[in-house]
Design a protein around this ligand. Structure first.
Ligand code: GDP
Length: 468
């Protein structure tokens, strides 16, 4: 009841006061998603909108006027790069706005909120401080968890079976034909294979495949060129002598797990309380049924990483800890007229239900939504062959010209799309579905107003509303 809730919050509030600054609650919010899913834009717009709350009616603490102040503070982790909020916001709000640089590694930002309590004690206790620590990291790194319980031999066999028929892998598979894994290691051979495999991963990702691990091959950061990212899968065969190509590849694979994957999960992932997973669902839909099928599998894999007990390595790491809420958000919903948002939400919800089933996931509260962190379009109706079409208008990224987009109609029943992707169909929606890339719109923000968005306030309410 409201009374009980008021009391609980009041008591929490008292607790905060009693122990003063020593007890200021911290919420660690993980933001992830594959490259270009929209993490950088999401964090930038979320923080800007939490600082200027004029557009956050769906975040109840904001609409109730209980957030007295929101300000950036030095983050708790001194060795992590800071999320470059000011720079990214400047890009989006410039007179000639442009999209900021995308996420390439893990970074962090602390936003502190002064919040007035609700309920009975509202008039008695003063505002308390809640710290929101936002941790941005590539989703590719998350998928690396699957490597932790796998030997090099098993990993190699699985990867080679999976990519056998993919045209993107043709060059790499051909290169494999020319090497003898049992021969003594020659560094240029190892490098050539690693480069070939990395080129395959890039091509596969661009084609819409999500199973593109090891994640650091795509985003190596300061590991570029080091031995931990200079290995590749080799076909089955005898182990070979200790100094063989195969033995060295296996050794580097183990080093990758031990020195790259493990520290990430131990130092960052294991400390997350709430998680948002951003998904460029429209892009996958645009690419076709295979990309949606792959996205569906990736969502299950990602949920699997949050499932305690699934992975022996992670279970040891997460003793007594678990992420409490996970939001799967389809980004860039401003590519659709709002009439189609329910369809996009329904597709995300159906994908998430399936991912939950597949990953046999229970525990954290999950939700699916369609959002746009930064709205780059306005809605418009066009007459076409006697029909009214619900379109969006924006400035094209490539030419800078204004364009009106009719992306095609998403089916009312998400099952239509999902069963087409499951059946391995090669095209759908009469080939009608289209995406354009828009530039960010010029903004004319009034004081107190954050950048325009779609349902970012609802996303924030789900993720942190209960802690405010
Ligand atoms: P990251 O790699 O996950 O950090 O992705 P970014 O946040 O850099 O976003 C990648 C690209 O997606 C941007 O450069 C934009 O072109 C586009 N994008 C991201 N968010 C939005 C959005 O809310 N609306 C629109 N129209 N485009 C977006």
């Amino acid at each position: 009841s409201q009374l009980a809730e008021g009391l609980t919050r009041g008591v929490e509030g008292l607790g905060d006061r009693v122990s003063g600054a020593l007890f200021e609650p911290v919420v660690r919010l993980g933001v992830t998603g594959l490259a270009r899913a929209g993490k950088t834009v999401f964090i930038t717009s979320l923080v800007a909108n939490l600082m200027d709350r004029g557009r956050m009616p769906g975040l109840f603490a904001a609409s109730e006027g209980r957030i007295a102040a929101a300000f950036l503070q030095p983050q708790p982790d001194d060795t992590l790069p800071r999320f470059d909020f000011e720079h990214h916001l400047a890009a989006l709000t410039a007179p000639e706005p442009h999209w900021p640089e995308s996420t390439r590694a893990v970074s962090e930002l602390r936003l502190s909120l002064r919040v007035r309590p609700t309920g009975l004690l509202a008039g008695v206790t003063g505002p308390r401080t809640v710290h929101l620590d936002i941790v941005d990291y590539p989703g590719e790194w998350l998928l690396d968890l699957a490597l932790m319980d796998k030997s090099y031999e098993v990993w190699s066999a699985e990867v080679l079976a999976r990519i056998e028929k993919r045209p993107e892998a043709g060059a790499y598979l051909a290169a494999l034909g020319g090497v003898d894994p049992a021969a003594p290691l020659q560094e240029p051979v190892a490098q050539g294979l690693a480069q070939g495999f990395t080129a395959y991963l890039h091509a596969a990702r661009d084609a819409g495949f999500y199973d593109c691990t090891p994640g650091r091959f795509l985003l190596p950061g300061d590991l570029a060129g080091s031995p931990v990212v200079t290995f590749a899968p080799l076909p089955e065969g005898p182990a070979g002598p200790r100094k063989s190509l195969r033995a060295e590849m296996a050794r580097r694979y183990e080093a990758y797990k031990r020195d790259v994957v493990r520290p990430f999960f131990r130092d960052h992932f294991s400390r997350i309380d709430r998680q948002v997973v951003l998904v460029d669902a429209l892009d996958a839909i645009h690419k076709g049924p295979q990309a949606v099928e792959d996205m569906r599998r990736a969502m299950a894999d990602i949920l699997g990483t949050f499932r305690p007990g699934k992975n022996a390595f992670l279970t040891r790491l997460l003793i007594g800890k678990r992420v409490e809420k996970i939001l799967f958000a389809a980004t860039k919903a401003d590519h659709l007229h709002h009439n189609q948002h329910p369809q996009l939400t329904a597709i995300m919800a159906a994908l998430m239900r399936e991912a939950r089933d597949r990953a046999d996931f229970a525990g954290a509260e999950t939700e699916a939504m369609a959002i746009a962190a930064l709205r780059a379009t306005i809605e418009e109706q066009l007459k076409h062959e006697g029909r009214d079409l619900d379109c969006v208008r924006g400035r094209l990224l490539d030419s800078g010209k204004q364009a009106v987009l009719y992306p095609g109609a998403l089916p009312d029943d998400p099952g239509v799309l999902l069963s087409a992707s499951r059946s391995g169909a090669t095209g759908w929606l009469d080939g009608e579905y289209n995406v354009m890339r828009f530039a960010p719109a010029r903004l004319n923000l009034r004081p107190g107003e954050g950048p325009p968005h779609i349902r970012l306030d609802r996303a924030a309410e789900f993720l942190i509303g209960d802690r405010l």
